[in-house]
Structure formats: structure tokens, C-alpha cells
Design a binder for this molecule. Sequence first.
Ligand SMILES: Nc1ncnc2c1ncn2[C@@H]1O[C@H](COP(=O)(O)OP(=O)(O)OP(=O)(O)O)[C@@H](O)[C@H]1O
Length: 527
Amino acid sequence: MHRFRRIFRSASRLQLASASGVEFYSPSYCRILLLRREKSSDPSKVSNLFTPLLIKAEPEESDMGVGKELTGNISKSELIKVLNKFYTRPEVKQMCTENGLDSYLQHQAYISFRRYCLECESLPVDIHIVVSDILKGATHITDMFPYFLKHARQIFPHLDCMDDLKRISDLTSPPSWYPSARAIKRKIIFHAGPTNSGKTYRALERFLTAKSGVYCGPLKLLAAEVYKKANERGTPCDLVTGEERKYSLGEGNPSPHVSCTVEMTAVNTPYEVAVIDEIQLLRDPGRGWAWTRAFLGVMAEELHVCGEAAAIDLISALALTCNEDVEVHTYKRLTDLKVEDEAVGNFENVQAGDCIVCFSKNDIYSVSRTLETNGREAAVIYGGLPPGTKLAQAQKFNDPESSCKLLIATDAIGMGLNLSIKRVVFYSLIKPIMNDKGEKELDVISVSQALQIAGRAGRFNTHYDKGSVTTFKAEDLPILKNLLSQSPEEITKAGLHPTAEQIELYAYHLPNSTLSNLVVSPILVIY
Ligand SMILES: Nc1ncnc2c1ncn2[C@@H]1O[C@H](COP(=O)(O)OP(=O)(O)OP(=O)(O)O)[C@@H](O)[C@H]1O
């Protein structure tokens, strides 16, 4: 199981498909390819990642000396001469290419074959006879090719099942990976609007009144919130995250409703209603595949997706690949949000109801230390905290009776959490991001991130019916204003991940492959 998990994780590096004009990507996969490309402009060099299996020179006992008895002794020097001559023949190279061996694999196979022949105490009969015939001029040197190819296939097992691997590697039609979802005609409703516009509320109302449903959220905390809300409303609902499963109706007795993190979405369970929250995250380089999978695979009569309007076109195109239509409902923000004309400047100007947003743990620590030194109590929320701790921190900050009036948080608060924030203060606008090469670099936050985080201020149904936003440093304010004056960038790509079954098939076809060979096989096949 552990081995399989490792295979699966690495397999997230697979590419990609382009189905009916929808572009998919898996950047961590691309990272490998780009790394390879940096070393060489030839994409076929991906095969350099294959390491040959070691074949011991141990012929069958019944073979021992038979070749020599039949055709006479062959000296090592004669054998080397034949092998070298064989390998330099252009026809041999041609035949290698035709059989899936590029120049790297040819060379590796030749080194291994040569070692095998020279280390053999007694050559296998068939090889002995063909070498002997070549030496006598009775046959052509290229007649050794079948023996060489047999050896190459032993050390590179993927060569034996290229056709099957090609079939499995066909990632060009992701909708067909989910036959159960394709067997039903789903009604798809896209709730589009900015943050705090009531989109999720509307979708959840439908979820709560359905006979069965699944809520797929971006964070454990949000899944936990929906689980709590549903159960409080008398709709028994289970909670499923990567870490835990909570049953509402008693251990082992699943409820008709499930609230889960999007990665945990069941694609073989029928539901009346499914809600996929923050659908724009399907473009996310690391986790986007989970939204794509949930969208294509969830078996729901009614599928509600909530998110930025920037995802409408892509979702409609994806739906089209499933022969489904999308009904779009648009929403407006429920409360006012004002961009302030002054930056905060220093910690004395921090006010009750402020949420200081940082993009690094160092900033979180330094801001909380400074506030503490100034005798100001602050709750802290960042991605790495356990969900229970995050919830406790959110409750402490939301509680009007609490002495804690400040919040320090990363963009973990950017998604759906109900926090009583009066003003969002961006401590910085620089965030580490993953570039196209899969490397981490620092960049200004995107328009979508700025809007999403700023939108947390003045959340409907909290103590503040209006919100405001500003920066800590004066020099950041014009940049923030510019970001907030724009609409989120149109989403044009969705993340994609092969299914567990596809990776299992790879493991099945290549039982003797090393893990690294198994992982890179699909990449080679795609090329
Ligand atoms: N019609 C409504 N009646 C009562 N409360 C509502 C209503 N619409 C929205 N709310 C509340 O307003 C808050 C924001 O709504 P909601 O979570 O649906 O926003 P959203 O558009 O999905 O934005 P986000 O992505 O930030 O969650 C929530 O606390 C929600 O319960």
C-alpha cells in the first residue's frame, strides 16, 4: 500500500490532455519534463530516467556447453568483435528505433547485452550458434538482432507493453473516466459572484433540503462548518477529510449527506445534490485536479458549483465535453467594501476588528510578537494549524465578549470562513508561488487572491455590516488599489490527475519495473 501511495503521488506528475478545446495541466508533471528539457532540448531524453534491470549471466544448466559442442569454441576476442560490429551497423540502429529504443536505451541495452555475453560462462545455445554462423560468414550480422531485442526487453520491461501503456496513457478524454457520472444527465448550476455574495448559502440551502447530498469544500475547516451546520439543522451529515471520518448516525452507519474536502469526493456514490465550492480553484497548480475530478465525476442529479465568474467559460466548456449544459446564476456582494486611502503605517494604528494578512510564517511570527509586546491580544490562523485550533482561534476572534480583537492570518482565511473582520490589512502583497518550471518564487498576489482576501472584511451576518481594506505599508497601497480595481483573470486551464486505476494498470503491466521506471513510463509513452 505504501509503495502504491508513493506511485500514486508521483503519478500526479503525469500530463495532461486537451479535450474539446479544454486545456488541462499538471504542473508538477511538467516540472519533470522541463527539468529534462533544461538538460537537453530533445524531449525524447525523458528515457534517460529509465535505469536498466540487471540480468545475471546465468544460462540454463541444460544449455551449458551445448553451443560449443555444436559449433565449436568462440573466443572472447571474436565475440567482442562481432558484438561491436553488430552495434555499429546503421540497420541495427534503425531496427532499435522501430522497436521503441531511442539512442539512450539502445546504448544501455548494448552495454548490458555485451556484459551479459562476455560474463556468461557458456553462451546460451541460440546466441552461440548465431555468433558462430556470423563468424563463419553463414549468416548476416543483423541476425543477432532478435537476441539483442529479447535482452533489451528484459532490462526495459516497458518496451514489451508499449501498446497497452499507450492506451492507458490516453488522457485526452477525462469525461470518459467517470462512466457512472456519464450515465446520468446532470443539471449543472453555476453560482457565480464575488466573495460574500451568498452563492454558497444558496447552494447549501438546496443541499440541506435534498434527500442526499455531498458538499465538496476547499478546506477541512469549511467541510467541518458545513457538517456542523447540517447536523444542527437536523440533516444528518457525515464529515470526510483526508484525516478523519465522522459519522452522524453512529459509527459505520453512513448518512445520506456528506461534507468533505474536495479531494475526498466520492465519484461512485449517487446523490441528489452535490455542491462544489470555490470552483475557480480548478486552476490551482497543486490541487486543481481535485476540482476537475469532482466536477467531472460526481454522480449527482443536480450539481451546484460556486465560485468566481472567471471560471464560467471553462466550466461550460468542460460541461460540454460531458454533453451537459450549465445554468448560470450571478450574485452581487451583500455588503459594502471600501478601499481606504491611508495605509496603517505602524502597529499603534491597528484597530479592533482588524485582520492582518501575511504570506509567510516569518511575517506571522514577527507581527504577533510585536502586537504581544505592545500588549495587544491576537488570534492566529494559518494553513498548517490543525482544524480544531483554527476553529478555536476563529471563535476567539469572532466572540464579541472576548478580549481578543485582532486576527493575524495567512490567505487560509481567503476561502469561505465566517470571520467577523471589520478591516483587512495586507501586511505584504508578496507571496511565494510555484512558477511554470515548478520552482518556488516570490510574486505579487493575483487579482483573484487580492479580491478573495479583501472580501473577507464586512462579511454578511457578522458584527460588521461594512468592510474596509488597506495595506500596512504605504508603498503597497497603490498596488492593492490597482489589483482590486480589476476583475479576476479568465481561467483557461484545469488541473488533471490520472485515476488510481490508471496507475494500478501501469503497475500491473510493469510488475518488474523499479518504482522510478514505473513512474516515468507514462511520460515516455505520451511523448
Ligand atoms: N439569504 C441569506 N440569509 C442569511 N444569511 C445569508 C444569506 N446569504 C448569505 N448569507 C450569509 O452570508 C455569509 C456569506 O455568504 P456565502 O458564504 O454564501 O458567500 P459566498 O458568496 O459563497 O462567498 P465566500 O466564497 O466568501 O463564502 C455567510 O455567513 C452566509 O451564511
